[in-house]
Design a protein around this ligand. Structure first.
Ligand code: TXA
Ligand code: MG
Length: 337
């Protein structure tokens, strides 16, 4: 298949392909998504094929207007409108009981559906041009770090989908915060740009943090969010998170680093490290860590890095999302030095 490269202003072209049952990669404020008509099960099935995605991992449905939600869910809890007022359009995904209109292909057979209203202007225009809600997972090959530029998408998806819309680099850089309102208590399933503290302030209730956010699922344990159980965000390199002072980090890395090693460090630390370095912003800048993480992991793949040593960032605020992705990339390998 020839994959068409579209610019961010070619909205009508993207909308037409989606209406005809095609797959289009679109920019969002978090990461690029691989979109298809969410109301057409056989079209949605093609997303799983293009990504090599496990069949039991459900997709997020993207809307442009709050009115679209009524058709997609069985019941709208009042707190949904408070959350929508505070965070939509934006990087928050909310899981609710689904309506019969949502095909099983979208929800992987679950009776709940994940809904998000993205804020990226190109994404919003494309949803409106398609005239239907769009099911869209991240536009990476399954298991690879999510794409934050059109070049990342081309690398994984060229020849497998109908079109890629280039909207420039994604601002947030990690996927949306996912919460469920379909459980007895609101629960955080995946951390993102919208933090648990911000959500608790709006819902006036505790947001339970699912064990899988910073922990590893135990053998045979059922995942509240199926995506949590896969070794995700995973570059080809072995990733090792090294927790400790810069001095101890440098000593640890410099003693071990072979020819094909690299280190992911904070701004200004490069000259302490003897191997190749990548940088993910200033030490206390959680937004920069989020924005730069996936590009750094992907660059390591492109350069054939064998082992990547990562300076351990803080896990407060958006840092919780960064640590959640890093722990999976490292398969939970942390060294304390
Ligand atoms: O920022 C984002 O959310 C991006 C952009 C494209 O919108 N999308 C994204 O989609 O990250 P994906 O498919 O890579 O991640 C969706 C996550 C998965 O972990 C999936 O298991 C979970 O949401 N999910 C989707 N529907 C669910 C449901 N009904 N119940 C529980 N988890 C669900
Ligand atoms: Mg994904």
């Amino acid at each position: 298949m020839q994959t068409l490269l579209l610019k961010g202003n070619q909205i009508d072209e993207a909308g037409a392909i989606l209406r005809k049952g095609g797959l289009v990669a679109i920019p969002t404020e978090t990461v690029y998504g691989l979109a298809a008509n969410a109301l057409d099960g056989s079209t949605v099935a093609k997303i799983f094929e293009a990504k090599g995605r496990p069949q039991d991992n459900p997709l997020i449905v993207h809307i442009a207007d709050i009115s679209e939600i009524d058709n997609l869910v069985a019941y709208v809890p009042p707190v949904l409108y408070d959350l929508a007022d505070a965070f939509w359009p934006g990087p928050l995904t909310i899981i609710l009981d689904k309506s019969d209109l949502v095909p099983d292909e979208v929800t992987a057979g679950l009776d709940t559906v994940a809904i998000r209203m993205p804020s990226h202007p190109v994404a919003r225009k494309i949803i409106r041009a398609a005239g239907v809600p769009l099911a869209a997972p991240s536009a990476n090959a399954s298991g690879k770090p999510s794409p934050t530029t059109a070049a990342h998408v081309i690398k994984d998806m060229d020849g497998k989908i109908d079109a890629i819309v280039d909207g420039g680099p994604c601002e947030v850089g990690v996927e949306s915060t996912v919460i469920t309102l379909a459980a007895r208590k609101p629960r955080l399933l995946r951390p993102g740009r919208i933090t648990p503290e911000e959500i608790e302030e709006v819902i006036g209730d505790e947001l339970i943090i699912d064990d899988a956010v910073l922990g590893r699922l135990k053998e045979g344990e059922k995942a509240a969010s199926p995506g949590m159980k896969y070794k995700h965000y995973s570059p080809s390199a072995d990733v090792v998170i090294v927790k400790g002072t810069l001095e101890n980090f440098a000593k640890f890395v410099n003693e071990r680093a072979g020819e094909d090693a690299a280190a992911l460090v904070f701004d200004g630390e490069e000259d302490k490290i003897k191997c190749k370095t990548k940088n993910f912003g200033e030490e206390n800048d959680d937004l920069a860590h989020a924005a730069k993480l996936f590009d750094a992991l992907r660059a390591c793949d492109d350069e054939g890095v064998g082992t990547l040593y990562v300076r351990c960032p803080g896990d407060e605020g958006v840092g919780l999302a960064v640590m959640n992705r890093l722990l999976r990339a490292a398969d939970f390998h942390i060294e304390e030095v």
